[in-house]
Design a protein around this ligand. Structure first.
Ligand SMILES: C[S@@+](CC[C@H](N)C(=O)[O-])C[C@H]1O[C@@H](n2cnc3c(N)ncnc32)[C@H](O)[C@@H]1O
Length: 171
C-alpha cells in the first residue's frame, strides 16, 4: 500500500497544488492521500468526483496531527520523505519496491522533525522542484513505469489516445 502525506495545506494558497499532488498520486497508483493543515471539503469532493468518473479506489482524508500519524504508522509502513536535501532517489528505490510506504511531501514549510522520522529522505535531482514532479518521478520509479499503461477497471469514462482531438468514451 502506498500512502502520500501532504503537509500544511492552506485552502487559499495551495488549492491547485494540493489538487495536483492528489491527482498525480492517483494516476501514479498510490492508494490514498492524507493531507494536514486546513481541512478542505471542496478539494476532497473534487478528487472524489474524478475517481467516480475516471475510476480507482483512491481516497483523500484530512489528517489533524501528521507527526502523530507518522509515529503511529512507523511499524507498519516505511516512511519516505521527499526533499531536495536527501539521498538520490534513483539509488534507493529498489529497497522500497513492494513495501508499504508513507511518502511525505512538504508544502511551503517543512518542520525538521520529518527528516528524523523518515527512514529515507529522498531527492529527485539535487534541485528545488515541485512536490508534484518529485512525487511523480518517485512513483514512476517505484512502479517501473506500469502506471503509463494502467487503466482503472471501474472507470465510467475513459480518455482515448488521439493525435488531434479529445476522445472520451464510456468505460
Ligand atoms: C516547494 S518545496 C518547499 C520546501 C520547503 N521550503 C522546506 O522547508 O523544505 C515543497 C516540497 O517539494 C518537494 N521537493 C522539492 N524539491 C524536491 C526534490 N528535488 N526532491 C524531492 N522532493 C522535492 C519536497 O517534498 C518539499 O517539501
Amino acid at each position: 500500500m502506498i500512502i502520500v502525506l501532504r503537509l500544511n495545506h492552506r485552502i487559499f494558497r495551495d488549492k491547485r497544488i494540493t489538487s495536483h499532488v492528489a491527482l498525480t498520486a492517483r494516476a501514479f497508483l498510490a492508494d490514498k492521500l492524507y493531507y494536514s493543515g486546513e481541512k478542505d471539503s471542496n478539494f476532497e469532493q473534487s478528487i472524489s468526483k474524478v475517481c467516480k468518473q475516471f475510476g480507482s479506489k483512491f481516497e483523500v482524508e484530512h489528517c489533524k496531527d501528521p507527526v502523530r500519524f507518522v509515529k503511529e504508522n512507523k511499524d507498519k509502513f516505511t516512511i519516505v520523505h521527499l526533499t531536495c536535501y536527501g539521498l538520490n532517489a534513483q539509488n534507493q528505490v529498489n529497497k522500497l519496491k513492494n513495501r508499504n510506504l508513507i511518502i511525505i511531501v512538504g508544502g511551503e514549510k517543512v518542520e525538521p522533525i520529518y527528516y528524523k522520522l523518515a527512514e529515507y529522505n529522498l531527492a529527485v535531482t539535487k534541485q528545488p522542484i515541485s512536490e508534484v514532479s518529485a512525487l511523480a518521478i518517485l512513483l514512476h520509479l517505484l512502479n517501473n513505469g506500469k502506471e503509463l499503461d494502467n487503466e482503472f477497471k471501474d472507470a465510467k469514462l475513459k480518455i482515448l489516445e488521439s493525435e488531434n482531438s479529445k476522445k472520451v468514451v464510456k468505460g
